[in-house]
Structure formats: structure tokens, C-alpha cells
Design a protein around this ligand. Structure first.
Ligand SMILES: Cc1cc2nc3c(=O)[nH]c(=O)nc-3n(C[C@H](O)[C@H](O)[C@H](O)COP(=O)(O)O)c2cc1C
Length: 314
């Protein structure tokens, strides 16, 4: 598909394809694969702003990045404008170029606490948060949903508010909080927001192949698109969209496994990579026969030898 460079504030990205933050998944080892196949910017998972005060070490581990990652981004969630600004200005985040604020998370625990998608109910507080974080001087983006339910769509109002505050980019997940991750993506709402503002608008939701990527981009008129589950199940989707060469799935898995084990504990590596390998072999006609053995692996070495076996005749 046709991609193009995209400017966010002072930064020019090589393309308009983004990788979404995915809690529990988008660590550096995974993001590295996304970049290799053509993502312009990949977000680490959302971080609780309060976590920076109570567990700075754990937070820093989750935010691990390396030189190859050209633009350093983080996504924060929270509802306290002053706390969010302090985190944005903190030493821990001094390396960061872009701060994204989560205003879309539907999880009951977060919503009930007034965070994530709950902010869609309170545009004044959302604005206050953004005005405070903007003071950090970093590039600022927001990822939000079109509303909490279909009777309260806030897409355009939020887009205009963000532009007024000086937000550098918005990403709109074209579903309501009620829809969680299922159901139709509302292209029209994203298109209306795109028409209403002059800052870059990135569309998100339901991209699983080239056809759905083109549809999301064309029907919304957005400046870029953000992949989420489609790339989680297959990071090589970025290569399909950009026309890049891919290495084999086996090489991709082994590289990600090495990076994960370099960055995280042996236990985390095995538990995490079992899940990833299950995603990556999903489409294979005989994947079922490996599933039980995959989830029984206990060490990196066992995982490697199973991966070698799975891909031995492919
Ligand atoms: C497992 C999982 C974790 C997610 N974690 C985050 C997150 O940390 N921050 C965020 O803004 N969205 C998060 N999302 C939402 C995605 O970024 C994306 O908006 C959503 O999956 C819709 O895109 P898709 O239909 O292409 O998957 C998560 C979604 C899933 C399935």
C-alpha cells in the first residue's frame, strides 16, 4: 500500500504506520520486530503514572529501549494533571521525545478509577491533563476512543480540544468503550475528526491484512494508521504493507526469543515467548499438534528446539 512520511511536531517519521501500545506485549524485543518490518513508531505498553512514584525500577525495566529505536515514546495513564506533568518532567523520562496519554482503556478497574476511557466523560479534566503535560515541553499525543457508548460520541469535540491545547497528534480507536475490542470500527467518526482539525490524525481498529489497512486509511482520510492485534499475531504484517522483504517466521521467532532473554528473566522469557509462538503458528494447518508441547516448555533451550522442529520442513 501507499505510505508516506509523517511529521509530528518537530519529528519526521519515515512512514505513517504505527504499532499500538499493547499491555503485556509491546516490550522492546517485540517492538524491534515491528521496526524491522516497517513500523515508523511503536509504543511501549501503557504505564500507570502513579507507578513512577511507587515502583520506578519496575517501570524503567518495562520501558527498556535501545539506540535503534529512533523516536522514544511512552504512554501514560492517570487522571491527576499535576502528577502526570511531574512524571512527564521526571528524570526517568528525560530520554523521551513523545508522551502519549491514554484516554481509551476500557478495563473496568481503570475506568472505575476515572482513568483511561473514563476521561471521555470529562472533557474539561482531559483538557486540564493535556495542558499540564504539555508544559513538559515534550511532544504530546493522545490515544482515545470515539465515546463510551454509541449515544455519547465525543470524537470531534475531543479532536478540537486536543488541537487547541497544542497536542501534536491524535490516535482515534474507532470503537466505543462498550464495544471493547469487538465489532465494527466507525470510519465516519474518525473521518469527521480528521476534517475538523489540522494536526495529524491516526486511525486505529481492525487492521488484520492489507485490505483492512487500506480501507481504514482511505475511508477515514487519516494521516496514518495504527496496527494492534493484527501485528501482535504477525509483526510481518508491517512488511506486507510496506512491501519489505521478510526473513522466515522461524528466524523472526528465534531473534525475538534471544532479545527477550537478553532483556528479561528466564521465567518471563519462557512464559512470554510461549504465548508469542502460539500466535505466530496460529495460521498453520497443523499448529494444534504442537500447542500442548509448546505450553509445557520450561526453558529457552526447550523452546528453541521445539521451534526448530515446527519449522523443520517449512
Ligand atoms: C492485549 C491488549 C492490550 C492493550 N493495551 C493497550 C495499551 O496499553 N494502551 C492502549 O492505548 N491501548 C491498548 N490496547 C488497545 C489497542 O492499542 C488497540 O487500540 C485495539 O486493540 C484496537 O485495534 P485492533 O482492532 O487493530 O486490535 C490493548 C489491546 C489489547 C488487545
Amino acid at each position: 500500500m501507499q505510505t508516506h512520511k509523517l511529521k509530528i511536531g518537530t519529528i519526521e517519521l519515515p512512514s505513517n504506520l504505527f504499532m499500538a501500545p499493547l499491555a503485556g506485549y509491546t516490550n522492546y524485543a517485540f517492538r524491534k520486530q515491528c521496526y524491522k518490518y516497517g513500523a515508523a513508531l511503536a509504543f511501549p505498553e501503557m504505564m500507570n503514572a502513579r507507578g513512577f512514584l511507587y515502583n520506578p525500577k519496575g517501570t524503567a525495566e518495562l520501558l527498556h529501549t535501545e539506540e535503534e529505536e529512533k523516536v522514544k515514546a511512552v504512554q501514560l495513564f492517570g487522571k491527576d494533571p499535576d502528577l502526570l506533568r511531574r512524571v512527564a518532567e521526571s528524570e526517568t523520562l528525560s530520554y523521551v521525545d513523545l508522551i502519549d496519554i491514554n484516554m481509551g482503556c476500557p478495563m473496568p478497574k481503570i475506568y472505575k478509577n476515572g482513568e483511561g476511557s473514563a476521561l471521555l466523560n470529562d472533557i474539561r479534566l482531559a483538557e486540564k491533563i493535556l495542558r499540564e503535560v504539555k508544559k513538559s515541553g515534550k511532544l504530546l499525543s493522545v490515544k482515545y476512543r470515539i465515546g463510551v457508548d454509541s449515544s455519547r460520541l465525543v470524537t470531534v469535540d475531543f479532536a478540537k480540544m486536543c488541537e487547541q491545547v497544542g497536542v501534536n497528534m491524535i490516535t482515534i480507536h474507532g470503537r466505543t468503550r462498550d464495544q471493547v475490542y469487538a465489532g465494527e470500527v466507525n470510519f465516519d467518526e474518525i473521518a469527521r475528526a480528521k476534517q475538523a482539525v489540522n494536526i495529524p490524525v491516526v486511525a486505529n481498529g481492525g487492521v488484520f491484512d492489507e485490505a483492512s489497512a487500506e480501507k481504514l486509511l482511505n475511508e477515514t482520510g487519516a494521516d496514518g494508521i495504527m496496527l494492534a492485534r493484527g501485528a501482535l499475531y504477525n509483526p510481518q504484517l508491517f512488511a506486507i504493507l510496506t512491501g519489505r522483504e521478510t526473513d522466515s517466521k522461524k528466524e523472526m521467532i528465534l531473534e525475538q526469543l534471544e532479545d527477550t532473554s537478553r532483556l528479561f528473566s528466564p521465567h518471563f522469557t519462557v512464559v512470554f515467548m510461549r504465548k508469542m509462538v502460539a500466535f505466530y503458528i496460529k495460521g498453520m494447518y497443523d499448529n494444534v499438534k504442537y500447542k500442548e508441547r509448546l505450553f509445557a516448555t520450561q526453558t529457552k533451550e526447550e523452546l528453541i528446539s521445539l521451534v526448530e522442529e515446527i519449522f523443520s520442513d517449512r
